[in-house]
Design a protein around this ligand. Structure first.
Ligand SMILES: [Cu+2]
Length: 132
């Protein structure tokens, strides 16, 4: 009888260890994409930054090169919320993005250490691009 209790306990402990191992593996797996900026690419002398708008902006934070002409591509896909009403105050830019499509904003070269912020029409969603 005692032996059954001991083996049941071991079974529970083993199960807990497997769960911990699974959590460690999963968290390591998801850590990588966050550190690699995949939404900024170069196209000849320009750089292209891609941001999607739907219930907010993704990614919320981007890092791009300073002193480089920049093409900002805003992607919408079935976007019917206020993130389609976009302002980039520093550029004096305001637009209503189509519910689905791609909108290009040409951004002149920015100074190192500066940031560019876009906000939705209600000021509740935003994205920030940092130039380095
Ligand atoms: Cu909003």
């Amino acid at each position: 009888m005692k032996q059954i209790v001991v083996s049941a306990l071991l079974f529970v402990v083993a199960g807990a260890l497997v769960s911990v191992a699974a959590v460690v593996v999963v968290s390591h797996g998801s850590a990588k994409p966050n550190t690699t900026p995949t939404n900024v690419s170069s196209a000849g002398p320009n750089q292209v930054i891609e941001i999607s708008a739907k219930g907010g902006y993704r990614p919320q934070n981007s890092t791009a090169k300073a002193g480089t002409p920049t093409t900002l591509k805003l992607e919408t896909s079935g976007t019917f919320d206020c993130s389609s009403g976009l302002s980039i105050p520093k550029l004096g830019y305001h637009t209503q993005l189509p519910s689905s499509g791609e909108t290009v904003v040409n951004v002149p070269p920015q100074q190192a250490g500066s940031t560019l912020t876009g906000v939705c029409s209600m000021g509740m969603y935003s994205f920030t691009i940092r130039f380095e």
